[in-house]
Ligand binder design. Structure first.
Ligand SMILES: Cc1cc2nc3c(=O)[nH]c(=O)nc-3n(C[C@H](O)[C@H](O)[C@H](O)COP(=O)(O)OP(=O)(O)OC[C@H]3O[C@@H](n4cnc5c(N)ncnc54)[C@H](O)[C@@H]3O)c2cc1C
Length: 400
């Protein structure tokens, strides 16, 4: 346990490091198209974004709590929290966005072999390899354990056949972590394995899905006689469900935290209301009592959520992995985020509904997109209804 003085000393060091190493142009919010995802085909919006990633990675700050031996900085939970606070304080961008860091890395550190850690974890921390997630299939979404993509052992390889769907950014990723069926006769949860597949392998193909908005963030991913080295199996053969659930805990925890972090960086609801609606000349307060109530309630709920998450992150700092409580955070955080985004659009009135054009500021256009994107938060990583089922069963212990 590090004492308070040592932590404050660490804060000073981090502050100085950020001051020296974070380029000034990286101290403003990034638009979605300015995010850095790394990978073999990495693109950077500027030279500063590239050097910001390189410096953060060299210091281990892209994955602060991971061991130094695998590209992390070996920080304690408290130190990592301080690093994050200092980053947010100066408005510095996250140097690297990465499913590898958020989801796969922690799972490899827990379940992977030494060879897998050496091969993959450092590359993830440095942003050299971009990963995507191959869980959902056309016949397996909420009921994920019904998945049917097969992997059959043949010599020192598995031969994989089948299809994944809704694979976010599969067209840009280098590797995919997949759930595959390795025993068709076992009960459905007991015949699944967790496999790492290089997207450049012969037989892997990707087809982007175009959404109504015109964007293509998802793909269908096809596997036809894809040969995967047997050493790419993570965890025991047919024991992939445990690995899959551990990864989902990280994913759900991330989805709730991202929204929380976004709220910390955004203009407050009351400031937005002051700007767009104005205060009553005589009362000096927002004249619409119902809107006042909704804003206050959303602010209080955000604060309560933050405190509960802080309690849980302290449990993690003490060495406990995220557990079923991530379902509660995922449920509450995503529903709260939807409520806040809707309020923001409501407060901005007509200016809240801009999609393109000069009549809207960049901030207004982003707000509309963020509102629509928030609708997906309660589906991705397991829908709200599924989180309620998990809470009923595993947290409250209710019967099926
Ligand atoms: C933005 C986004 C990104 C995604 N990225 C990825 C990715 O990278 N990789 C990946 O593998 N997947 C990804 N997904 C897929 C996601 O995991 C699935 O959409 C999700 O698990 C729901 O599955 P489904 O779409 O098949 O819906 P379904 O399972 O068909 O569910 C339809 C509806 O029925 C409800 N429902 C289903 N079963 C029950 C039940 N037992 N009790 C109560 N209600 C139920 C659901 O809550 C939902 O409202 C992504 C999804 C989104 C929205």
């Amino acid at each position: 346990m590090i004492d308070r003085d040592e932590l404050e000393c660490f804060r000073g060091e981090v502050r100085a490091w950020l001051e020296e190493n974070c380029p000034k142009s990286m101290r403003s919010p990034a638009r979605e198209d300015e995010d850095v995802w790394g990978g073999r085909r990495a693109t950077f919006p500027s030279g500063d974004a590239k050097s910001w990633l390189e410096r953060a990675a060299a210091k281990g700050f892209t994955a602060p709590t991971w061991p130094k031996a695998y590209g992390g900085a070996g920080l304690s939970g408290d130190e990592a929290r301080i690093l994050e606070e200092e980053r947010v304080r100066i408005g510095a961008r996250v140097p690297l966005k990465s499913l590898g860091i958020w989801m796969l890395g922690p799972v490899l550190l827990r379940f992977g072999t030494e060879a897998q850690k050496v091969q993959h974890v450092t590359g993830i921390a440095r942003g050299e390899i971009r990963w995507c997630q191959g869980y959902s299939e056309p016949g397996a979404g909420s009921d994920l354990a019904s998945l049917s993509m097969r992997a059959e052992r043949d010599g020192d390889s598995y031969v994989v056949n089948g299809q994944k769907v809704w694979t976010s950014h599969a067209d840009k990723a280098d590797w995919i972590f997949c759930l595959v069926r390795t025993d068709a006769k076992a009960p459905k949860h007991e015949g699944i394995s967790f496999l790492l597949i290089d997207m450049a392998t012969k037989g892997v193909s990707v087809k982007p899905i175009t959404l109504l908005s015109g964007a293509s963030p998802f793909c269908e991913t096809f596997f036809e006689d894809v040969r995967v080295p047997a050493e790419n199996l993570v965890g025991p053969l047919n024991g992939g469900w445990t690995v899959a659930k551990a990864l989902l805990d990280h994913e759900r925890s991330l989805i709730s935290q991202i929204r929380d972090a976004a709220a910390a960086n955004e203009e407050s609801l009351e400031s937005l209301a002051r700007r767009y609606i104005g205060l009553g000349a005589e009362s000096g307060i927002l004249n619409d009592p119902s809107l006042r109530d909704r804003i206050t309630q959303a602010n209080m709920d955000l604060l309560c959520n933050k405190l509960t998450m802080r309690r849980s992150s302290e449990a993690r700092a003490a060495g406990l992995p995220p557990g079923n409580e991530t379902s509660m955070f995922k449920l509450y955080g995503t529903e709260l985020n939807k409520r806040r985004r809707e309020l923001m659009v409501l407060i901005a009135g007509f200016q809240g509904l801009g999609w393109e054009g000069d009549s809207f500021s960049r901030e207004e256009l982003t707000r509309t997109r963020d509102w629509l994107r928030s609708r997906a938060n309660s589906i991705e990583g397991g829908s709200t209804e599924i989180q309620l089922n998990i809470i009923a069963k595993r947290v409250l212990g209710l019967p099926d």
